[in-house]
Design a protein around this ligand. Structure first.
Ligand code: SF4
Ligand code: SF4
Length: 217
């Protein structure tokens, strides 16, 4: 398979997504409702998808990630239908995250890029999966660092240049999103650096880690 993301590029992409997204470790917001495990790190809920070059890079340099082996028929079908450039993988230590070894997908969730009718990257949008339980989804943009969103957009421009299937995928997803919005009479909510903040609101978290509210600092 052709290599699309060199080690140097992967380092750069990882650095781009290393800026904090919000003021607290968001795992503290959702873990209490899921037996102490952040919801997007729980393989019973989510199977992260890595780029093949990224998976190979992680496999060469550590043992944080192993290839996901589906047991159920429906999961086997899902895996068999994935483009071979994507590797569904399971993180070995979801209870003690080695943050330096997080995959790119761990750094971008719960956002994905939005591509307009002319194929231009216009901003980020929340994942729109009905079963998603991430408490960040749908929150005010003022809670997110503008710098994180800025860097994410640079990240996606580079990924689209290097991995055209990613552009095709998100152009398709954005088209479906526009249709959904039209059908439901909803306005598309675009997340852009200008609508986020350089000094975002902070979160108030109880001793047990339960999200109570967000307040302006
Ligand atoms: S991104 Fe959402 S689901 Fe994942 S750890 Fe943060 S709050 Fe939890
Ligand atoms: S690497 Fe960290 S953020 Fe990613 S799935 Fe594992 S525990 Fe969660």
């Amino acid at each position: 398979m052709t290599k699309r993301l060199s080690e140097k590029t992967l380092h750069r992409l990882t650095r781009l997504l290393s800026a904090p997204m919000i003021r607290v470790d968001c795992g503290r917001l959702c873990a209490p409702a899921n037996d102490g495990l952040p919801q997007c790190c729980d393989p019973r809920i989510t199977v992260p998808i890595l780029y093949a070059d990224e998976f190979a890079w992680h496999s060469r340099t550590g043992s944080q990630w192993r290839r996901y082996k589906p047991k159920k028929k429906a999961d086997r079908k899902w895996v068999s239908e994935l483009d071979p450039y994507y590797v569904p993988a399971v993180c070995r230590s979801p209870k003690q995250c080695d943050r330096s070894r997080r995959a790119l997908v761990c750094r971008m969730f719960p956002f994905e890029p939005y591509v307009d009718r002319r194929g231009r990257l216009r901003g980020l949008v929340y994942h729109d999966v009905k079963t998603e339980r991430c408490p960040l989804i749908g929150r005010s943009q003022r809670l997110f660092y503008a710098e994180y969103v800025r860097r994410s957009l640079v990240f996606w421009s580079e990924v689209f240049r290097k991995v055209p299937t990613e552009h095709e995928l998100y152009a398709r997803e954005s088209r479906k999103r526009r249709r959904r919005c039209r059908r439901k009479g909803r306005k598309l909510r675009l997340i852009t650096p200008g609508r986020c903040s350089d000094r975002p609101r902070t979160w108030r978290v109880s001793g047990g880690g339960v999200l109570l509210a967000s307040t302006r600092r």
